[in-house]
Design a protein around this ligand. Structure first.
Ligand code: HEM
Length: 217
């Protein structure tokens, strides 16, 4: 392990908070349900057609809700895994840098808390207008129209859409061992994993909107 990777591992480890779920008011920058958010440029009807496109059914929503109790107590370890991957992948870690080109620990720490909350929101599978509007906000936060603003970060101002879509695989593949730690059969674990894969794909597609030309989404 190089000194750089070791230093980074220590930095990421230091970001780890307590295992307890933070209350919403304690999550810096988390704005789900805020009236200040823009209305999503896609509708709930568009979402229904997208669900049909990725074969997401009510059954998947049920499996997501079941997965919540399994994932909740493991949220910190899941984040360690995801941040571990990003931290060990220099061309991705780059987007967490500050303007001097070094990883911004405050930025990493604040985003980490919102990422944990995203696990709970995703497992909640409550696809209403508030959820849709927050998808658009997350989309904007990866794109130059919104990146860095929430946390006063100073580094690169946009994540390329190819990486946003590409991260669907590592995020969902690495979740399976965590799902398997519950009291469920292999078939049930697979059903939860499939549901997670479909919803993360669907969200990454919704997050691609700001990157598309008007009328192309
Ligand atoms: C499937 C793909 C991805 C998922 C599920 C994901 C998930 C998230 C979530 C949940 C947040 C916090 C949202 C909030 O503010 O409430 C976030 C923010 C962020 N993500 Fe991603 N992300 C993905 C792709 C990527 C990629 C490829 C990168 C590149 C390293 C990245 C870097 C970031 C950064 C820097 C932020 C903070 C943005 C800001 O507000 O300034 N993400 N992501």
């Amino acid at each position: 392990m190089s000194i750089r990777i070791l230093a980074l591992a220590l930095l990421l480890w230091a970001q780890t908070g307590s295992a307890a779920e933070p209350s919403l008011g304690e999550i810096p920058g988390y704005a789900f349900g805020s009236k200040a958010l823009k209305t999503a440029p896609y509708t709930l009807q568009d979402l229904e057609l997208l669900k049909k496109t990725v074969l997401f059914t009510e059954e998947d929503a049920k499996w997501l809700r079941k997965s919540k109790a399994i994932l909740e107590p493991q949220a910190e370890q899941i984040l360690d895994t995801w941040y571990g991957f990003v931290g060990a992948t220099p061309h991705l870690l780059y987007y967490f840098n500050d303007k001097s080109g070094t990883p911004d620990s405050q930025y990493l720490g604040r985003v980490r808390l919102r990422f944990i909350q995203w696990i709970y929101d995703t497992a909640g599978a409550n696809y209403d207008q508030q959820w849709l509007d927050y998808q658009y906000e997350i989309a904007r936060r990866h794109h130059r129209v919104g990146k860095n603003r929430t946390d006063g970060a100073t580094g690169p101002n946009q994540i390329p859409v190819r990486y946003v879509l590409g991260l669907v695989y590592p995020v969902t593949a690495t979740l399976k061992p965590f799902l398997a730690k519950g009291e469920h059969t292999a078939e049930e674990v697979d059903a939860m994993h499939q549901a997670w894969t479909k919803t993360v794909l669907m969200q990454a597609i919704l997050w691609s909107h700001p990157y598309t030309r008007k009328g192309d989404f």
